[in-house]
Write a protein that binds this ligand. Structure first.
Ligand SMILES: *Cc1c(COP(=O)(O)O)cnc(C)c1O
Length: 387
C-alpha cells in the first residue's frame, strides 16, 4: 500500500487516546440526564461541572462564564447572533463590525444578521499579512456598534491577531469583543485569553478532542440572548440535554493541549520554518501567505502563480499527501479565497493557494518527502492550468 501523509491538522485532528479513555465511562456506565434530580443525574451533572471548572481555569475565567455547545461553529453563532440581538434590544446598537478574514461561521452569520435581521455590517481593514490592528478597530467603531469580531489565529493563513490590544479598544468604547479561538486554543497559551475578549469560541476537534463539541466563554455582564431555546441548560444560553461524554472529552483534550502545547510548538516551529524556506527557495512563483512570524506554530500557507489550488490538491492527494487550499469548508469551491482577496492578492493568485498544517505526529521525514514531491507537482499543475 502506498503511504499516506496527513498534513491537514488545521482541518481536524485525530482523537487523543487519553481523551477517548476519559470519555468512555460516560457513554453507558454514567448515562444519566444531567438535569435529572436523582443520583444518576447528579453523577452526569458532576462530570459536566468538573469539565466546566477545568475549561474555565484553562481560559482564565469563572465556571459560570463557560457554555458548552455542539461545535466551534455553534459557539461562533451563539456569540455573534446572541450578542448582536441582545445589544440591539438593550442599547439600540445596530452595527456589526467584523474582520474580513473571519471563518464562515462568523462571516456568514454576520451576513444573515444584515440581510434578514436588518443590522448594518461593515468590515475592518487588514494588512497584507491578514493582520487586524487596534488602530483599524478604533477608526471603524461607530456609536451604534453592537459587537466587534476578530479571529484570534486564522485557519487559512495562520496569522495571529493582537487580541489584547483590540479588546482594549473595544472595552474603551463599551463594545463586546468576540474572538474565534478555534485554531488558537490548539497551539497558543490560553490562560490569559478570557481577560482579552468578552466572548471566546473554541471547538474540540481542532485540538485532538472529539468532533461535535465546542465551548463558548461569555464574560459576566456581556449582553447575550440564547439562539437555541428550550430548557435551562448551560445557564439558559444553550437549551438541550448536554452531550456528557463529549464535554468531558473537550475538557480533557484542552487540558492536554494546553499542557503539552509549548513542547509541540518548540518542535514544530523549526520544521515549519524549514518547510517555508524550502518551498520559497525551490518553487518559482511561490509566495508565503499570512504573517511570517506572528503565525501558528504548525501552519504554512502559500500561493503559487499560474496554479489552480484544487488541481494541486488533487495531484498531492494522488501522490499520498493530504493538504488543503485553506479551509476544509471551501473544498471544491472554485471561487478565490475571500481571505486572500481581503489581503490584497489578485484573484488569479488567490486561486492558487495551498495550506500545509503539521501536527503531533508529523516528522521531518514526512516534510522532506513533501518537499521532494512538491516542485514537480506544482509544475504539473501549471501545465494542466495552461492546457
Ligand atoms: C474549524 C473552525 C471553526 C468551526 O469549528 P467546527 O467545530 O468545525 O464547527 C471555526 N473557526 C475556525 C477558525 C476554525 O478553524
Amino acid at each position: 500500500m502506498k503511504s499516506r501523509i496527513y498534513l491537514d491538522f488545521a482541518a481536524t485532528t485525530p482523537l487523543d487516546e487519553r481523551v477517548l479513555a476519559a470519555m468512555q465511562p460516560y457513554f453507558s456506565e454514567i448515562f444519566g440526564n444531567p438535569s435529572s434530580a436523582h443520583l444518576y443525574g447528579q453523577d452526569a451533572d458532576a462530570a459536566i461541572e468538573d469539565a466546566r471548572n477545568k475549561v474555565a481555569s484553562l481560559l482564565g475565567c469563572s465556571p459560570a462564564e463557560i457554555i458548552f455547545t455542539a461545535n466551534g461553529t455553534e459557539s461562533d453563532n451563539l456569540a455573534l447572533r446572541g450578542t448582536a440581538l441582545a445589544m440591539r434590544q438593550q442599547k439600540q446598537a445596530n452595527h456589526i463590525l467584523i474582520s474580513p478574514v473571519e471563518h464562515h461561521a462568523i462571516s456568514h452569520t454576520a451576513m444573515q444578521l444584515a440581510e434578514i435581521f436588518g443590522f448594518e455590517l461593515s468590515y475592518l481593514p487588514v494588512d497584507s499579512n491578514g493582520l487586524v490592528t487596534p488602530q483599524a478597530v478604533e477608526a471603524s467603531i461607530r456609536p451604534n456598534t453592537a459587537v466587534v469580531s476578530a479571529i484570534y489565529a486564522n485557519n487559512e493563513i495562520g496569522t495571529i491577531n493582537p487580541i489584547a490590544e483590540i479588546h482594549q479598544v473595544c472595552q474603551n468604547h463599551h463594545i463586546p469583543f468576540l474572538t474565534d479561538a478555534v485554531q488558537a486554543a490548539a497551539h497558543l497559551p490560553m490562560t490569559q485569553a478570557a481577560a482579552h475578549a468578552n466572548l471566546i469560541a473554541i471547538g474540540a476537534h481542532k485540538f485532538y478532542g472529539p468532533k461535535g463539541v465546542g465551548a463558548l466563554h461569555v464574560r459576566q455582564g456581556t449582553p447575550i440572548l440564547p439562539t437555541q431555546t428550550g430548557g435551562k441548560q448551560e445557564h439558559a444560553l444553550r437549551a438541550g440535554t448536554q452531550n456528557v461524554p463529549y464535554i468531558v472529552g473537550l475538557a480533557e483534550a484542552l487540558s492536554i493541549a494546553q499542557k503539552e502545547g509549548p513542547r509541540h510548538a518548540h518542535r514544530l516551529i523549526p520544521l515549519r520554518e524549514h518547510l517555508i524556506n524550502q518551498v520559497l527557495e525551490t518553487i518559482p512563483g511561490a509566495q508565503l501567505t499570512g504573517h511570517p512570524v506572528q503565525r501558528l506554530p504548525n501552519h504554512a500557507s502559500f500561493v503559487f502563480e499560474g496554479v489552480n489550488g484544487n488541481t494541486l490538491l488533487m495531484l498531492l492527494d494522488a501522490a499520498g499527501f493530504a493538504c488543503s487550499s485553506g479551509s476544509a469548508c471551501k473544498t471544491g469551491n472554485p471561487q478565490p479565497s475571500e481571505v486572500l482577496l481581503a489581503m490584497g492578492f489578485a484573484p488569479h493568485l488567490a486561486l492558487g493557494s495551498l495550506r500545509i498544517t503539521l501536527g503531533r505526529t508529523t516528522t521531518s521525514e514526512q516534510i522532506d518527502m513533501l518537499l521532494s514531491a512538491l516542485p514537480s507537482l506544482v509544475k504539473r499543475a501549471r501545465q494542466l492550468n495552461r492546457a
